[in-house]
Design a protein around this ligand. Structure first.
Ligand SMILES: Nc1ncnc2c1ncn2[C@@H]1O[C@H](COP(=O)(O)OP(=O)(O)OP(=O)(O)O)[C@@H](O)[C@H]1O
Ligand SMILES: [Mg+2]
Length: 270
């Protein structure tokens, strides 16, 4: 096993999280190094959100150790939250506020200068194409625009670690490009990022290292090149590597063949 160093912003060691009989996470070990964009990939229900929630102290491990910035997310909750920006998978709370009111509220609970935060928030809102909604009740915003508000909210205190659970979900192409830039800048100014995504192209492009989770276990970890080797798929793209490592490549082909046979006739043509 890789040795934990002070440069590990996140350390997950033998993490297990059970919900009754359901083994959502069943012994996961990985580290996120300082200055790194780390991607967590995995099929639906693989255990990504469960893992991420333990990093925030929102779930307590059933077994194993989780350290974030050298601290225990459950015991040192407040200290960690000060340094983390979190984009959750589930939609925003405080939906009866406008984004501007929400940003003001965040500034006050984080003890930040209101004016500085407002200026920063407006800049992010502008770049995400959401400025026109800054005074509109969050509940009435479209899904993608709600997601933009969540992302801005996570950035207002210049966190050293950005943890984002499926941040690109529901965002349009232009916004995805901007969020990719925000992730890149986070690292360029000395921070780190851990995010989950289902968009393979984005993970391949942005992540220094990737951890692939399947059924609560890590089935591949490393740079894209290292994962390609682990999958025995030199020259393949991340989608192919991912499907191989999660043992879905053959089943997906069978499913497609069967679907074609059912809907188009046995030879797959009309
Ligand atoms: N509170 C809970 N009670 C019972 N089972 C849960 C609970 N939370 C998660 N699970 C189960 O744990 C497994 C892992 O869920 P998790 O949300 O971590 O998956 P995920 O990798 O984030 O998936 P997705 O890509 O769909 O977001 C799933 O089978 C899920 O149904
Ligand atoms: Mg999830």
């Amino acid at each position: 096993m890789e040795k934990n160093s002070r440069e590990d912003i996140v350390v997950v060691d033998g993490l297990k999280k059970f919900f009754g009989k359901k083994k959502a996470v069943n012994g996961i070990t990985f580290q996120v190094h300082a200055g790194e964009v780390f991607g967590l990939l995995g099929p639906n229900g693989a255990g990504k959100t469960t893992t991420i929630k333990t990093l925030l102290g929102l779930l307590e491990p059933t077994e194993g150790v989780v350290k974030v910035l050298g601290l225990d997310p459950v015991g040192d909750d407040v200290q960690i939250k000060r340094q983390i920006g979190y984009v959750a998978e589930e939609p925003l709370i405080f939906k009866s506020l406008t984004p501007l009111e929400l940003f003001g509220f965040i500034a006050s609970i984080r003890g930040l200068d209101g004016e500085v935060v407002t200026t920063k928030a407006k800049e992010y809102m502008e770049s995400l194409g959401a400025m026109e909604y800054i005074n509109q009740t969050i509940a009435t915003l479209s899904r993608g625009n709600k997601q933009k508000i969540q992302i801005v909210s996570a950035l207002l205190h210049d966190p050293s670690l950005l943890i984002m659970d499926d941040p690109l979900l529901g965002l349009d192409a232009k916004t995805v490009k901007v969020v990719k830039e925000i992730i890149d800048l986070q690292v360029k100014r000395g921070g780190s990022v851990l995010f989950s995504t289902h968009i393979m192209e984005v993970a391949q492009e942005l992540c220094h290292r990737i951890g692939i989770i399947n059924n609560g276990l890590i089935v591949g970890i490393g740079t894209f090149e290292e994962l390609s080797k682990q999958a025995n798929k030199a020259g393949a793209n991340l989608e192919e590597v991912f499907l191989r490592l999660t043992e879905q490549d053959e089943s997906v082909n069978t499913i497609i063949t069967n679907l074609r046979a059912s809907f188009l006739g046995n030879n797959g043509t009309r």
